[in-house]
Design a protein around this ligand. Structure first.
Ligand code: DGL
Length: 469
């Protein structure tokens, strides 16, 4: 028999949660794919094992990986080109008990036999490959013509029974499996399973949001970077649009305002705080750490130094930031501490903050402004890599890149988000379980720029709440 373990589902269903794909989650020290292959082998040492996936990270001893030719529709995961007489399809995100694998392997048919619970299909055994192929083709056509709304294994089963494709029912050729066999569609399924089995959930989950704040829109570039890397995490964000910009204010004012906001975000029961503002991070990060006992507080410069030293060692490095960040000397100090060996040039660009707050970050006006502010600095100093030392500036990244395509652009928000992800992977910050994710956005003044940026980043148009101090 040929056993095909399907591991080519759309990534979004597990979102590379904590760096793992749902097929590679481990139970008792073994990935789901390894477990399935082992159980098949124990029952049939000569079995031919194929794992279908486009992901080259997926490899299991004794099984070959095959890249499917089609994977547009869910039903394509029954790799058409591999279907022959004596083929069994197994689901790669399934935890099979020893008993259910035995049942699947030993139950005979001369046509097509499905195995599963009342809700899910776990396997399909195919002797009559022509019939199976014609069922798939029929389901595909019905779907592509808009006659049915779903195009998955259930429709293939219903087609094989000659049943109504829209009405999920079990008639013949279906072996019900009601033991511990189950699939893992979302991280919460895995958690539920581990808890039910009495296995420790490691690392434990923490559903509390990650707090972030900035003087205004800028920190939303951090929200974006974090969302992209940790899509299951809830976020609680504050942007002080009413009092922005901070970068031209006095150190005392920056201290006072940021303490108010940090206090407020801390009171929202967050599990970590990201000071998504280089100005505040440069001036009073330690004060904020004192306001937020018991949780990690990360500043924009925390992880940037070693990254720059590693990737751009010896380069002519430009740092653009607000006047307050530049005069604090925080970047050159931090780079020196990281033993950065290149030359550092700094430039204060308050104009960029105002432009971004006003929603101007692409198009001719943004290009004109960017060129006026940066041209001489970049050319005169022969800058090779440019640090966006203000969280407002990543909004202008495409414009900067268009004008200076050779320039390496370093965005500390992305470095910080990578660091945060690494913290969840090594258990220094417990991740969310992947259940419902909540985002809360607060501002002291609802500007069009803030509203649009939140929409652009979240794509879900959350309600923005007003909070002043
Ligand atoms: N986005 C902030 C920063 O990273 C502050 C900009 C400002 O308000 O001047 O520095």
């Amino acid at each position: 028999m040929k056993y095909i373990v399907m591991a080519d589902g759309k990534e979004l269903r597990w979102k590379q949660y904590m760096g793992i794909h749902k097929y590679q989650i481990r139970i008792d020290g073994e990935s789901l794919l390894e477990r399935t292959c082992r159980l098949v082998r124990e029952n049939e040492p000569e079995a031919q094992l194929i794992i279908t996936s486009h992901n080259s990270d997926i490899c299991v001893d004794g099984a070959v990986r095959y890249e499917p030719k089609n994977n547009k529709l869910e039903v394509d995961r029954f790799t058409w080109e591999l279907i022959e007489k004596d083929t069994v399809f197994l689901y790669g995100d399934c935890y099979y008990t020893e008993g259910s694998i035995k049942t699947i392997m030993s139950t005979e048919t001369d046509g097509i036999l499905f195995f599963g619970s009342y809700e899910r299909i776990f396997a399909v055994k195919i002797i009559d490959s022509d019939k199976f192929k014609s069922c798939i083709e029929y389901v595909k056509q019905q779907f592509l013509q808009g006659k049915i709304s779903e195009c998955i294994g259930w429709q293939v089963y219903l087609a094989s029974q000659g049943s109504n494709l829209e009405k999920k029912s079990i008639s013949g050729d279906y072996v019900i499996i009601t033991d511990g066999t189950r699939d893992f569609n979302k991280p919460a399924d895995y958690r539920e399973f581990q808890e039910k089995e009495g296995k420790s959930v490691n690392p434990p989950w923490d559903e509390r949001p990650i707090g972030m704040f900035d003087s205004g829109i800028g920190g939303l570039s951090c929200v974006k970077a974090v969302n992209e890397r940790l899509p299951c995490e809830s976020i609680c964000y504050y942007g002080d649009c009413l009092r922005a910009p901070y970068g031209t204010r006095s150190v005392e004012q920056i201290r006072e305002f940021s303490a108010q906001i940090a206090d407020f975000i801390y009171s929202m029961n967050v599990k970590a705080m990201i000071v998504a503002c280089n100005t505040i991070s440069s001036i009073c990060l330690d004060d904020i750490r004192k306001c937020c006992p018991g949780i990690p507080v990360l500043g924009m410069l925390d992880m940037t130094g070693s990254y720059i030293q590693e990737k751009f060692c010896g380069a002519r490095l430009g740092v653009i930031a607000t006047p307050a960040t530049i005069s604090s000397g925080s970047y050159p100090r931090m780079l020196k501490k990281s033993s950065f060996a290149g030359e550092v040039f700094t430039l204060a660009c308050p104009e960029f903050v105002e432009a971004v707050e006003a929603g101007i970050y692409s198009g001719p006006e943004a290009e004109r402004l960017t060129e006026n502010v940066l041209d001489e600095f970049i050319k005169r100093n022969k800058i090779q890599a440019l640090v966006l030392g203000c969280t407002h500036f990543p909004f202008l990244q495409d414009t900067i890149h268009k004008l200076y395509p050779e320039l390496n652009i370093i965005d500390p928000a992305k470095i910080l988000a990578e660091g945060l992800k690494a913290m969840t992977e090594r258990g220094a910050l417990h991740p969310a379980s992947g259940g419902e994710r909540k985002e809360r956005f607060f501002t002291s003044k609802l500007t069009t720029g803030f509203n649009n940026a939140v929409k652009e980043i979240t794509k879900v148009y959350p309600k923005i709440e007003i909070k002043t101090f």
